[in-house]
Design a protein around this ligand. Structure first.
Ligand SMILES: Cc1cc2nc3c(=O)[nH]c(=O)nc-3n(C[C@H](O)[C@H](O)[C@H](O)COP(=O)(O)OP(=O)(O)OC[C@H]3O[C@@H](n4cnc5c(N)ncnc54)[C@H](O)[C@@H]3O)c2cc1C
Length: 288
């Protein structure tokens, strides 16, 4: 199906895009990589009268180190994240997660800002962004604010981004030396989206007990989440003995989704299995 008619506008700066968003109100929509927006426009699930293209804005496309954090511009493509030497060296979890998104065509067009703003419940980045405790910068004509990843994802395809706002950056602290990490997902065979995806960060203490674990899970529920029950079941424990029992809590208190690809019970079991596997993959990478 063709999308309904719209006017195309290429923003010349973030300020220009914000002004257009304010002017067009509910009729305006940002276009980033277009890999989620265009398909839903073709299905006429979205019918914006004005498309505001923010691709190609240099201020949104860079990856830099600033104030002890790695700051990734919202328009940075998945491919640029996957192949950045800075991200690979200091945020290996994010680079590995980006490398598993869709296929090379999707990764060359899709952007980190577009992915998290769209908040597809099966998107990969949210799991890693939660485990890495990222901060998301959001701008509007009246200024900017920063939202923690855990407060950013609110519900199915619903985020903390309000009308008239643009996600401009994602800031992440580098992974501490010696910290193990892993991102694993059960792929939906056609698209590659995560039926369940689990991101793990694991820090060991001197006696090789779990000092700190961060676990982000996507695909299981309407919104991605931090699996705090798993994290606390690991605290102070011997990893080899604790992984299976801790991973058993991956779906605790979660209303698992059911769809044509997987029933809720199956998804919950996938979450438990992939959490254990991700922990096992992170362990040999962790140094006390
Ligand atoms: C075949 C296929 C396979 C895919 N497989 C996967 C996969 O395995 N894993 C995965 O995670 N994703 C997958 N995707 C989705 C892909 O990663 C998308 O690129 C991504 O979800 C959206 O990013 P985008 O830049 O294309 O955003 P767009 O489609 O341009 O925009 C998406 C939405 O976000 C809004 N938006 C965009 N940028 C901003 C911003 N900076 N601030 C505020 N709002 C903004 C837009 O207005 C729109 O509502 C797949 C897509 C396709 C087509």
């Amino acid at each position: 199906m063709y999308p309904s008619a719209f006017e195309y506008h290429r923003a010349s700066s973030v300020k220009d895009a914000l002004k257009m968003l304010a002017d067009y109100g509910e009729d305006g929509k940002l276009l980033a990589g277009g890999h989620s927006l265009v398909p839903i426009m073709k299905l006429r699930l979205a019918q914006p009268a004005h498309l505001i293209d923010i691709s190609g804005l240099p201020e949104l496309g860079a990856i830099r180190e600033e104030g002890g954090k790695i700051v990734i511009g919202a328009m940075t493509t998945h491919r640029a994240v996957e192949s950045s030497s800075l991200v690979r060296a200091k945020l290996g979890l994010l680079a590995e997660c980006a490398a598993l998104i869709g296929d090379i065509q999707v990764r060359n067009r899709g952007t980190i800002g577009g992915s998290i703003a769209h908040a597809d419940p099966a998107a990969d980045y949210p799991a890693a962004i939660l485990a890495l405790e990222a901060e998301i910068k959001i701008e509007s004509v009246s200024g900017s604010r920063t939202v923690k990843a855990e407060d950013f994802f609110i519900d199915l395809m619903t985020t903390a981004v309000r009308p008239g706002e643009i996600v401009t950056e994602v800031a992440l602290a580098p992974i501490s030396t010696g910290c193990g990490f892993a991102y694993l997902k059960h792929r939906q065979p056609a698209s590659g989206f995560a039926m369940v995806g689990v991101a793990v960060l694991l820090a060991l203490g001197k006696s090789r007990t779990c000092e700190r674990a961060r676990v982000g899970i996507t695909g299981l529920a309407a919104k991605p989440f931090r699996a705090r029950a798993v994290e606390s079941a690991l605290a102070g424990k011997d990893p080899a003995q604790a992984f299976a029992s801790a991973a058993a809590h991956a779906a605790d208190g979660i209303d698992a989704m059911s769809d044509i690809h997987a029933a809720a019970d199956f998804r919950a079991e996938l979450a438990r299995v992939y959490t254990r596997r991700a922990l096992e993959m992170a362990l040999p990478r962790a140094k006390a």
